[in-house]
Write a protein that binds this ligand. Structure first.
Ligand code: C2O
Length: 511
């Protein structure tokens, strides 16, 4: 194992990812941010310097941080903000994990404005290692021409009537084109400098080769249907867990989820569209994504470089997207692991509803998380130094195997991410979950870290409670997290108190 050092400077700048100029947040001047690529067992050291106007924290999405919960980078939960003008060094080891992850700001809605990038972990133990020639990363995101702060402020006010901010476009690896004449019809019209016909992201294929495409939904809100014209996708990984290969024509991918798919370059030499279509039929309210048909291009070596690509959407005739994940019976982990028997089951009910002043809030068991509580007192209380702040909902986990019955009372689906763990997904569905009656998959259930809970539906997950720390479970639709759709878990409070908090972390809270 080696130690990999990174120096990151976070800054603000106006750039035009799809041709339309807007202020963005950049890492080392890049959007999307730099790749972290490591082998399992490596230590990652990232010196983050914050040259933005507001405090920040960087989260390593999907990395368990076993023994280093302070490095989870969740502002207001595991650390106080890195103030403007200051630095913090993240330092952690990636143990027993490999596959496709990402990192992103976990401070207000900063990642929506650009503070994110891929995190790829290799291992000689990967079962599908010999089945492909090359790795390709494709980050899919919904995209907004308005910076996230005004969007969140609007959402968090009576003006929105509870409607979500809707994307103006989508990007693949930070690129797309935009029809500038549409800017005026946007939910929030813009009239900044705009150039039509920016080039799409292009990926080169060599005929006969096989590619492992790592898909990451780095977006704020929208789920995608992903496909490549004429090419079958063979799913081999979900959220860092190797899967038994399963071929699909297209793949639903919700916010913060990852998949690896194998793609054989076995079609006629030519150019083919990569399609990441925003599932606008899962939106509520005005339903106005300006251009949901997000594309990139697969270019076969020696194919003429076409001005217009004329491949046809070979998935067009298949069924309408249903706003849920790939069916559970399609995803079987490669390393068979039966579900552990639960020592305790916690019922967590989520919903979105207006508070007394007409502002929509997210609730977990009738309490709404407040992202505003990012002060030293909160942090110290959570580190066990003082008693918990009474307004914060924290579920204590002090049994070995935990089951969570997650009930979604809302009219929309929500992709929930759990920090610190990969959970087993025993089942999900619409309607009512009846313990002991609704059948669950226990022989070899899907394992992942981000799962879509269907609208007015349920999901049952289990995990071995082996990672003392403070971990959040939250909807990864950024707007919903911003209005409180988040709950905290404290794993083994006594053992947390036995861990030594690096002074650099406590110092940031002014302690
Ligand atoms: Cu991708 Cu709480 O994070």
């Amino acid at each position: 194992p080696t130690t990999r050092y990174y120096n990151w400077e976070l800054s603000q700048s106006t750039i035009s990812p799809d041709g339309l100029a807007r202020p963005m947040l950049l890492v080392n001047g890049m959007f999307p941010g730099p790749l972290i690529e490591a082998n399992t067992g490596d230590r990652i050291v990232v010196n983050v310097t914050n040259n933005m106007d507001s405090g920040t924290a960087i989260h390593w999405h999907g990395i368990h941080q076993k023994g280093t919960p302070w490095m989870d980078g969740t502002m207001g939960v595991t650390q106080c903000a890195i103030p403007p003008g200051q630095s913090m060094i993240y330092n952690y080891t990636i143990t027993n994990q490999w596959g496709t992850y990402w990192w992103h700001a976990h401070a207000a809605s900063q990642y929506v404005d650009g503070i994110f990038g891929p995190l790829i972990v290799h291992s000689p133990d990967e079962p599908h290692l010999k089945k492909y020639d090359e790795d390709i990363i494709m980050m899919l995101q919904d995209y907004y021409h308005t910076p996230s702060d005004p969007l969140v402020n609007w959402y968090h006010s009576p003006k929105s009537g509870g409607s979500d901010p809707l994307p103006d476009n989508g990007l693949i690896n930070g690129r797309n084109s935009f029809n500038c004449s549409k800017a005026a019809q946007a939910q929030f019209p813009t009239n900044t400098k705009c150039t039509d016909g920016e080039p799409l992201a292009t990926f080169n294929f060599k005929a006969g080769s096989t590619y492992r495409i790592r898909l990451i939904n780095t977006g704020a809100f929208a789920d995608f249907q992903f496909s490549i014209d004429g090419h079958t996708l063979t799913v081999i990984e979900a959220d860092g867990v190797d899967m038994q290969p399963v071929p699909v024509q297209r793949l639903p991918i919700h916010v913060a989820q990852r998949y690896s798919v194998l793609v054989h370059a076995n079609e006629t030499v030519g150019n083919y569209y990569v399609r990441a279509t925003i599932n606008t039929n899962c939106f509520f309210g005005s339903n106005r994504a300006l251009d949901p048909f997000v594309k990139a291009v697969i270019h076969y070596e020696n194919a003429p470089v076409a001005q217009s690509f004329d491949s046809t959407d070979w998935t067009a005739a298949s069924m309408a997207p249903s706003c849920v994940d790939l069916a559970l019976d399609m995803l079987h982990p490669y390393n068979v692991q039966p579900a552990p028997t639960a020592d305790v089951s916690h019922l967590i009910k989520f919903t979105m509803k207006p508070s007394s002043d007409g502002i929509l809030l997210g609730y977990a068991n009738d309490r709404s998380w407040s992202p505003l509580m990012t002060n030293a007192t909160l942090f110290q209380s959570q580190m066990g130094l003082t008693s918990f702040d009474a307004t914060q909902q924290v579920v204590v986990l002090d049994k070995n195997v935990i089951e969570l019955v997650l009930i979604n009372d809302d009219i929309g689906p929500h992709p929930f991410h759990f920090h610190g763990y990969t959970f087993s997904v025993l089942g999900w569905g619409n309607g009512t979950y009846v313990p002991g009656q609704t059948p669950l998959e226990v022989r070899n259930p899907l394992r992942r870290d981000t799962i879509t809970i269907p609208q007015r539906g349920w999901t049952v997950v289990r995990f071995v409670n082996d990672n003392p720390g403070l971990w959040t479970l939250h909807c990864h639709m950024d707007w919903h997290m911003e209005v409180g759709l988040l709950i905290q878990f404290e794993s083994w409070p006594d053992r947390i108190r036995g861990l030594e908090i690096p002074s650099e972390i406590t110092a940031m809270c002014g302690a």
